[in-house]
Design a binder for this molecule. Structure first.
Ligand code: GTP
Length: 410
């Protein structure tokens, strides 16, 4: 049997996800009509013999309590719990700390999944691959464009066996275009290796006592555990060609939204909006919450998610965007490549737009300065009639009375 752990981190980490993370922790931010972490749960619910999922992080307990209740209803075959680290323990520290919880019921293997990714999660393929070798871990890998590779954990694998020969977290120079996706399947025997990794750390801090810092408490999955595993020939990779993306910056929620909508369109199209003769016109994959009101003259899609209680006025055009709860879009307004925050109001004939992002490149450079390619409005932003807001980040509670271009509005 299997178990699973989803690593969700804590409140201090989502700085790159601002301004959206000011109002909701990143794991609960909705993409394709559901919180980021529920896409992980949906994939886990399709693994035979997997009954329990532990969500481990250092957010306060109450942050996840409602989500966990809702998820129990949505995924009745999974027992889901949130376990809180007393402090930031690192990506392997929490696993070790809660090892008794993971080992309870004697599972043979357990998945570990980072929350800050969007993926088709080919978990059953990973199980199959894992059974074919004698390693302790199968990690999911994917190829990225060469110039992007050094931003990730890079690995070199033996093509004939998929054994991982080298693993380097964010290397200084190019070593491979095969990277770690943040999805792992471990044998429970790996806890023995974690214990060794902790002892190694202790020994090295005792030798360098004067170098001791509190962060040495943390046990890191990549550097402290996976590297030694690869040196012992116990680490394997399963390479996927299916979609995978990081959700790091607020802007990266748009490509993740698009990819999940496409996936839902294939797997359960009935969950998505359908074009009707009387309107509104729906193009491609679009999610509309049942409580939203969309005028029949609106034209929506592809890759749009519309949240609860949103009002979409006459003649509105929306494309490649996430519209959060209770937003009002005025008559003939246009929203492209943008995230519109909770309770925001967009005036009549107003345009809010970003630029289409290429696959892995969500921030673009302008005159050597990083500029936002996706427009993001924080919570409760008011945008006047007949203005244009292009490639901007707007912090919560702002009122925009004129047009803005490539600015961060605080
Ligand atoms: P960078 O953020 O660019 O360093 O990339 P990364 O993908 O290596 O991120 P990191 O290893 O910090 O985080 C991977 C996943 O683990 C994310 O989903 C985090 O939320 C989560 N995470 C990171 N640190 C901790 C931790 O101390 N405890 C727990 N429970 N989760 C963590």
């Amino acid at each position: 049997t299997f178990k699973a752990v989803i690593l969700v981190g804590g409140p201090s980490r989502a700085t790159r996800f601002r301004p959206l993370s000011l109002d909701v922790p990143k794991p609960l931010f909705p993409v394709a009509g559901a919180p980021v972490v529920s896409h992980h749960l949906r994939a886990l619910s399709k693994v035979d013999g997997l009954k329990e999922v532990l969500i481990i992080g250092f957010f306060e307990d109450n942050v996840f309590s409602r989500f966990v209740d809702d998820a129990a209803t949505e995924f009745p075959n999974l027992h889901i719990r949130y376990l809180r680290e007393y402090q930031e323990l690192g990506t392997a520290g929490g696993l070790y700390h809660f090892r008794d919880e993971i080992l309870r019921g004697n599972p043979q293997q357990f998945f570990v999944i980072h929350v800050d990714i969007a993926s088709a999660f080919p978990l059953n393929e990973m199980v199959e691959a894992h059974m074919k070798h004698r390693g302790l871990c199968t990690m999911l890998g994917t190829k990225v464009p060469r110039e992007q590779a050094t931003k990730y954990g890079c690995l070199v694998a033996k093509p004939s066996t998929n054994e991982v020969l080298h693993y380097v977290e964010k290397p200084d120079s190019f070593i491979s275009d095969l990277i770690s996706c943040g999805v792992f399947l471990f044998d429970t025997a790996v806890f023995g290796e974690m214990k060794k990794a902790i002892d190694r750390k202790k020994d090295s801090t005792e030798e360098n006592d004067y170098l001791w810092t509190p962060s040495d408490d943390k046990l890191r999955l990549e550097q402290d555990l996976l590297r030694p595993l690869s040196e012992q020939h116990k680490l394997y990779v399963h390479v996927t060609e299916n979609f995978w993306r990081q959700i790091k910056t607020a802007g990266s929620s748009i490509p993740a939204n698009a990819a999940y909508l496409e996936l839902i369109k294939k797997e359960s199209p009935e969950k998505l909006a359908q074009s009707k003769p009387e309107g509104p016109e729906i193009i491609g994959a679009v999610y509309i919450h049942p409580s939203a009101h969309v005028d029949p003259t609106a034209k929506i899609g592809p890759n749009v998610s519309i949240g609860p209680r949103v009002t979409v006025g006459k003649g509105v055009r929306i494309k490649d965007s996430i519209i959060l709860d209770n937003v009002q879009l005025g008559t003939a307004s246009c929203v492209l490549h943008s995230v519109i925050g909770w309770n925001s109001k967009i005036g009549k004939w107003t345009r809010v737009e970003g630029s289409p992002a290429s696959d892995h490149n969500i921030d673009m450079m302008k005159n050597g300065v990083k500029s936002q390619s996706i427009t993001i409005l924080g919570k409760e932003v008011l945008v006047a009639d007949e203005v244009i807001v292009r490639n901007c980040i707007v912090l919560p509670h702002k009122e925009l009375k004129s047009s803005f271009h490539s600015e961060i509005l605080m």
